[in-house]
Design a protein around this ligand. Structure first.
Ligand code: NDP
Length: 325
């Protein structure tokens, strides 16, 4: 099989496309011919040795893939089934989707939903699935269209772009925070009705509460921006905390929780139960406008991934990347 292999020695990491014998694949019940993979923030970390995510080398990154079942010893999966894998630490603690073949546990796979091709599923990927999980969580806590503006931070990144498109398609008014003013037209095309410069929210406010502004928030940034946003939520509104592109610290007080009943909802896509994933994929397939998905997606080869991995870590990738294998 062909794979993007990360090797480590005294000189550091070497990342290159190589022919690798199939018997190097990990154990698992289902072998998949990978058709498409993608690039997420975490892939950037795995490609560059960041975050301590990869412990064993040589390693094949790629936290997501979509493909066709080639072999299965599990009765749920058969030759020719079209499947999606995201998360479960695939591509981190075991070999992932940056290869023409992958082997995983049968429990981890999701069937391709009706209305979404394998390629479109990877245009969505972990980033988009997580955006959907975040919106489900906000709605489970009472968010409905018509309550006011919903804020999306890190809006021109992967999670942010899909969140903007999904929220807008569901009838929400979307305010998009970006540090890249040049992405304004792109974000408006995805459905944002207001652009908020990152600098407006970059620093924690000296006041724990500011005017009540946002009816909900999908936050891909964390850090001081999340702290700032918590103090601007409307009474009993919720923030779905998804990411840490702006930092892992949360310099806040408990005041927004106590005086405004604000909810901070943690979102994890990696170990999310299969029924929640299936519900999210079904809604994505039904509701995400395909022209907007196309507008946020660019193709890439395995060879381009090392450079793209570095770019995503510095916030330099717009929207989503699909890797065609
Ligand atoms: P991207 O790099 O595609 O998007 C992140 C965006 O955040 C950037 O495009 C940029 O948007 C903004 N940003 C970057 N750096 C900063 C900064 N220093 N301060 C403020 N904003 C910044 O990554 P993804 O969308 O793939 O992932 C986003 C985050 O979500 C990551 O932290 C990732 O680890 C996390 N994540 C979590 C998951 C979960 O299960 N909880 C699943 C998937 C992702 P702009 O230029 O528009 O400002």
């Amino acid at each position: 099989m062909k794979a993007l292999l990360v090797e480590k020695d005294d000189a550091g990491l070497r990342v290159a496309v190589q022919e690798v014998p199939d018997d190097r694949l990990p154990k698992g019940e289902v072998t998949v011919a990978v058709r498409h993979s993608t690039l997420n923030y975490k892939d950037g970390l795995c490609l560059t040795g960041g975050g301590g995510l990869v412990r064993t080398y040589p390693h094949v990154p790629g936290i997501d893939f979509a493909g066709v079942v080639e072999e299965s010893s599990d009765p749920r999966w058969h030759l020719g089934d079209e499947v999606i894998l995201t998360g479960w630490r695939v591509g981190e603690s075991r070999w992932g989707g940056y290869a023409t073949r992958a082997r995983v546990k049968a429990d981890w796979l999701v069937r391709r939903p009706e209305g979404l091709s394998l390629r479109q599923a990877m245009a969505v990927g972990t980033a988009g699935l997580t955006a959907m999980l975040a919106i489900h969580a906000l709605e489970a806590h009472g968010l409905e269209p018509g309550q006011g503006e919903v804020l999306v931070t890190g809006a021109s990144g992967g999670v942010g772009s899909v969140a903007v498109a999904l929220l807008s398609a569901a009838g929400y008014q979307v305010a998009a925070v970006t540090g890249r003013p040049e992405t304004e037209a792109y974000l408006r095309d995805l459905g944002a009705t207001r652009i908020v410069p990152r600098s407006d929210l970059a620093e924690a406010s000296p006041k724990p509460l500011e005017s009540e502004t946002w009816a909900g928030c999908v936050d891909a940034v964390g850090g001081p921006m999340l702290a700032r946003v918590l103090g601007q939520m409307t009474y009993r509104a919720s923030v779905a905390a998804v990411g840490l592109a702006g930092g892992a610290q949360l310099p806040t007080t408990v005041i927004p929780f106590l005086l405004r009943g604000v909810n901070l909802l943690g979102i994890d896509s990696v170990m999310a139960p299969i029924p929640e994933r299936e519900a999210a994929w079904t809604r994505i397939a039904r509701d995400l406008p395909k022209d907007r998905l196309d507008a946020m997606t660019r193709p890439a080869t395995l060879e381009e991934l090392p450079e793209l991995g570095r770019a995503i870590l510095r916030g330099g990738v717009q929207g989503r990347v699909v890797v065609d294998l």
